[in-house]
Design a protein around this ligand. Structure first.
Ligand code: BG6
Length: 481
């Protein structure tokens, strides 16, 4: 298969992801001349659009979602000329031949981006196969949800892999396309400073927070069937755990990196009863605005969790006994994704007799919305110290936004679409990773069932139920806020 595909096919082309992310990302790649001028882009969905109507649809999406400094009429017009459209009801096998006809010659390679309802995966794959759109030079990118437990994920993966072998299957976790998530690897493996201390000898615990202020965002049906554990922990948060905890790979090869990540995912200890807390938001206020409870947003009572906090362990040599506190939720006080590495205290306080009190070092890796790495270190307060030494925690700050002020910040899908078109699997999730993730998550859900765990109420705009604070405090840990 030629490395670069000359055709891209987007399923769900008129959907929300396409409007907000995919079309703006493809436009950015076009504007920066990162995709071949000859790359043809086909959209498909159920809506009965002509090419011209789809181009108008795309224009409207670009006007709405591109940053102002990116909008240039001439450039948008040129980009739209790449777009073509074929309507398709993927549940009907007949339509795929017309799609293949419309696309025409794919001898230059075809990349497919498939984001669809779980029930349409199998018919879509079959339809592509029967229409000759699944040959050796075709690769497929799969957007979540890829099942809702291990069994359904295996079923989808079996159906996909029957037609697209693993080396042509690109499972998307958009967190892996985020610049700062990749920076985590640079921080760990491009610096001598951290890696010798990156283990149970020096690290007391790790915290990973992915908090959001938004609620259901018009996705009530999907979210209520899914919940925070499966929406955020099963994929994004476990990928963050894997990147934080993995051994150094030998190089940046897709296989080398994914081999190391999967070892971590397989080493996750089954979560114990009492080490997981779930919550659901009630009425409250987020950023000064009154918001309604989850039940009112949904329009009916529900047991779905909109918040989850977990104490997890990676049972291997490097991480023995180090808790990883994970929490994520909707309608929390701020949007924030961060990894906090809490180091152990120094073995002996030489300042103690002079009144100097020490805090253990903390490393904060803020992934979004700001992008920085901040190391909290102890420093002596200036003075003659006649009454004793005063030490204070001060930040050693690396703002990635400032350090790389001249570089364009790219959204995750720009990189992921480009990698798909160019055939680089490094930032895509391998089947064994997904299965290890589901195995761990399924066991948590099983535990909820057997123990009858129900989500606790928390006020919208708070950091989740009090039990989440207690979960950390039992180990003498405070969530980083
Ligand atoms: C998606 C979840 O995968 O990630 C959403 O389905 C969530 O519920 C989103 O809002 C968060 O992504 P980001 O990039 O805004 O952190």
């Amino acid at each position: 298969m030629s490395e670069h595909s000359s055709t891209l096919l987007l399923f769900g082309a008129t959907g929300d992801l396409s409007r907000r992310m995919l079309l703006p990302s493809l436009y950015a790649l076009h504007a920066d001349e990162l995709i071949d001028p000859a790359l043809r882009i086909f959209g498909t969905a159920r809506s009965a659009y002509s090419d011209a109507e789809f181009r108008e649809f795309a224009r409207t999406a670009l006007c709405e979602f591109l940053p102002e400094d990116r909008k240039a009429e001439g450039m948008i017009d040129a980009f739209l000329q790449r777009l073509h459209y074929q309507a398709l009801d993927a549940s009907q096998p007949d339509g795929f031949a017309a799609l293949a006809d419309k696309i025409g010659d794919i001898s230059g390679g075809l990349s497919i981006f498939l984001s669809t309802a779980p029930s349409l995966f199998e018919p879509t794959i079959k339809g592509l196969h029967s229409a000759g759109l699944a040959g050796d030079n075709v690769r497929i990118g799969l957007e979540k949800p890829l099942g809702n437990d291990l069994a359904s994920s295996c079923q989808i993966n079996d159906a996909v892999n029957a037609v697209f072998p693993e080396k042509r299957t690109f499972r998307i976790d958009h967190y892996l396309g985020k610049e700062t998530v990749q920076n985590l690897m640079a921080l760990r493996f491009a610096n001598m400073l951290f890696e010798p201390l990156w283990n149970a000898n020096a690290i007391e615990h790790v915290q990973i927070t992915v908090s959001e202020t938004v609620g259901l965002e018009g996705r009530a049906g999907f979210y209520d069937d899914t919940g925070a554990l499966r929406d955020m922990v099963q994929n994004h948060m476990l990928q963050l755990v894997a990147l934080t905890a993995m051994e150094p790979p030998a190089n940046l090869d897709a296989t080398a990196i994914r081999d190391e990540k999967v070892k971590v995912l397989r080493a996750l200890r089954p979560v114990a009863e009492g080490d997981v807390v779930t919550g659901q938001y009630g009425d409250g206020a987020v950023k000064g605005e009154a918001v309604k409870s989850y039940d009112s947003d949904l329009g009916k009572p529900s047991d779905t969790e909109t918040f989850v906090a977990i104490k997890a362990y990676v049972d291997n040599w490097r991480w023995q006994g180090v808790p990883f506190f994970l929490r994520t939720g909707k309608r929390l006080p701020e949007r924030r994704s961060e990894i906090v590495i809490q180091f152990k205290p120094v073995p002996h306080n030489v300042f103690g007799a002079r009144g100097g009190r020490l805090e253990a070092n903390t490393l904060i890796i803020r992934l979004q919305p700001e992008e920085y790495v901040r190391l909290l270190v102890m420093a002596k307060e200036p003075g003659l110290d006649r009454g004793g030494v005063t030490l204070r925690e001060v930040p050693l700050d690396l703002s990635l936004t400032t350090a790389f002020a001249g570089s364009r910040r790219r959204i995750a899908y720009e990189r992921l679409l480009l990698d798909l078109i160019e055939g680089d699997q490094t930032l895509f999730v391998r089947r064994d990773e997904v299965e290890a993730q589901w195995k761990w998550v399924d066991a948590i859900r099983e535990l909820w069932k057997t123990t009858g765990l129900r989500p606790k109420n928390y006020g919208a705009g708070s950091w989740g139920p009090n039990a989440a604070i207690a979960l950390a405090e039992r180990d003498g840990v405070s969530w980083h806020e």
